[in-house]
Each structure stands twice: as structure tokens, then as C-alpha cells.
Design a protein around this ligand. Structure first.
Ligand code: 0GY
Length: 289
């Protein structure tokens, strides 16, 4: 692993908040182990191994029933570690893959049979080399036929340029980590309002109200991120998802405690009905429906 890489928390606290029965952690990853599933040569970071058994142990410890496992950039377009985790989990996990445009129909069917239900388009420059939008368009048309959707990861300053492309996508589009707002600018800033308009004008857009640990300036317990996430849950209660983002790659400021992250949930989804939608109904509809 990289010399400055912060490994995941070895012993997260038990959250005070009890997630509802059937709750889904809708954004998490598996990394390696590298000996079995080597990291991609084109990767921008080398993480600490964080394999499927550790992920499933965390799921059980925090009280979640299911996972949506998202292919991370350190594994490039080789989804073997993801598929292996999905095969082990059976119906308890679904996957989001990153695919090569040259993928065959047979390989797509193989991913679908393993439980993949979406592809991820990553626009974050520190994580990936850029992919032409025409390539993403081609992938979008192919995966739409399988009934899959698209997960996009970008940072707030890039949203304006991306809007025409994102709006043209033919499937449900899930935006990772609330479009990575600068939380110091607050809810009323044009950048966050632009994201709200995108969600308002396009009913096929969803977002993950996740990653306070990445967006925070003040640090745990993430008071500065709560109002932003709560606004999205209040405005779009049936189009929001939540995930731990375990094992939290590329953290620099602190090692997140997953129990503490779970305790953010009742602060952003204040009623049992909103918690049920965020953690059970929405992810079940999108990934198991
Ligand atoms: C996340 C966030 C990050 C990394 C990746 O694919 C990835 O490597 O998604 C990040 O560094 O912000 O969702 O895990």
C-alpha cells in the first residue's frame, strides 16, 4: 500500500442508531487481496487490502442486511474481485462495475448473472485518466438494454460542464457523494443549488447522501455535512441512497469510524419513514427490484 495510505478502522464503534431490518449499505468496495486480485497497473493509488470477508463482517456488525459493492479505480476495469464477492454474498449483494467499451455481450451477461446492476463513470481526475464522453455514451446504450443504470462520480466544480452529457443519459443516474459539494459554501450557494436543480429537473437522477468523512472540514461527528445531506433527503426522499464507503480509500485527514458514520443517519433522515426509504425501500427498488 502507499506510504501515506490510511488503512480502514480496525475496530469501529457500535453505533447508537439501529438501522432498520433489511438495511442496505449501498456504497462500499472490496480491495484485493492483491495476491489473488492484483491492483490495476493504471491505478492512481495502492490501497490496504480489504477483502470480501472483512466487508461482510462489517455488514453484520453494523446491522446491515445487504451491500451494493462498487468497483473502485484501483482495480481498473477488471471486475474479478467484485464478482468473487458477489458470488460469495449471493442475493445479499449487488454490484456496480467499471467496464471496457470492448466488453463482449457474453461478459456483460456474466456480470449480470453475478449481480451487477450498474456501471460507474468516474470523472474525478485524481482517480482516473479521462474517458471520452462518446465512449461512455456507447457503454450507456449497451447497459440500458440490460436494465442496468449508471453511477457517476464527479466533483462539484465539474458539474456545470457535465450537465449536458449527464442529462442525455438514457437510464437512472446515481450521483456519488452528493456531487462532492464544498460544504463550507452552504446550501444556498449556486454550486449546490445547481445540483438541486439537476435533481429537480431530471426525475431519473438519484444521489448517495454519503461520505461526510470526505466532505467535512470540521471533522467527526460531521456537523458541517449534516445540513447538506438532510436537505437532499428532505427534497428527494425516494431518490436517495446511503453507504459507508468502506474501506474509505484515500482518506488524508482521519480514519473514519464506521459506527460513527452510521450515527449520522438519523441526523440526515430524521423520521423512521425517511430512514426506511433511505436504507431499505430505495436501494431495494433500484438494485433488487
Ligand atoms: C469512493 C471515493 C474515492 C475513490 C474511489 O474508485 C475509487 O477509487 O471511488 C475517492 O478517493 O474519493 O467512493 O470510494
Amino acid at each position: 500500500m502507499d506510504a501515506d495510505y490510511l488503512p480502514f478502522h480496525p475496530n469501529p464503534s457500535n453505533p447508537a442508531f439501529k438501522v432498520p431490518l433489511g438495511a442496505v449499505d449501498a456504497h462500499c468496495h472490496v480491495f484485493g487481496p492483491a495476491q489473488q486480485f492484483p491492483y490495476a497497473p493504471e491505478r492512481k493509488y495502492t490501497p490496504c487490502d480489504a477483502g470480501k470477508n472483512k466487508l461482510f463482517a462489517l455488514r453484520d456488525r453494523l446491522g446491515f442486511a445487504r451491500n451494493v459493492i462498487v468497483q473502485a479505480s484501483c482495480h481498473g476495469r477488471n471486475n474479478d474481485a467484485l464478482v468473487d464477492a458477489l458470488n460469495t454474498a449471493g442475493d445479499l449483494a449487488r454490484g456496480v462495475a467499471v467496464i471496457d467499451p470492448a466488453i463482449t455481450d457474453e461478459e456483460l451477461r456474466h456480470l449480470d448473472a453475478a449481480g451487477v446492476r450498474a456501471v460507474r463513470f468516474n470523472f474525478v481526475k485524481r482517480l482516473v485518466d479521462s474517458t471520452p464522453k462518446s465512449v461512455f455514451q456507447g457503454i450507456a446504450e449497451r447497459i440500458a438494454k440490460l436494465g442496468w443504470h449508471i453511477v457517476v462520480y464527479f466533483e462539484a466544480p465539474d458539474l456545470e460542464e457535465l450537465i449536458p452529457f449527464l442529462s442525455s443519459l438514457p437510464t437512472t443516474v446515481v450521483v456519488d457523494h452528493m456531487g462532492r459539494p464544498d460544504v463550507t459554501k452552504g446550501i444556498n450557494h449556486e454550486d449546490f443549488q445547481r445540483f438541486i436543480r439537476l435533481m429537480t429537473e431530471h426525475e431519473n437522477f438519484w444521489t448517495k447522501v454519503s461520505c461526510p468523512e470526505r466532505l467535512t472540514v470540521s471533522g467527526p461527528p460531521y456537523d458541517d455535512v449534516v445540513p447538506i445531506a438532510r436537505e437532499l433527503v428532505d427534497l428527494f426522499p425516494d431518490r436517495v441512497l446511503w453507504g459507508t464507503d468502506w474501506p474509505h480509500p484515500n482518506m488524508k485527514s482521519h480514519t473514519p469510524d464506521d459506527g460513527q458514520l452510521v450515527d449520522v443517519i438519523p441526523r440526515i433522515a430524521a423520521s423512521p419513514a425517511k430512514q426506511q426509504a433511505l436504507l431499505v425501500e430505495n436501494p431495494m427498488r433500484l438494485y433488487w427490484g
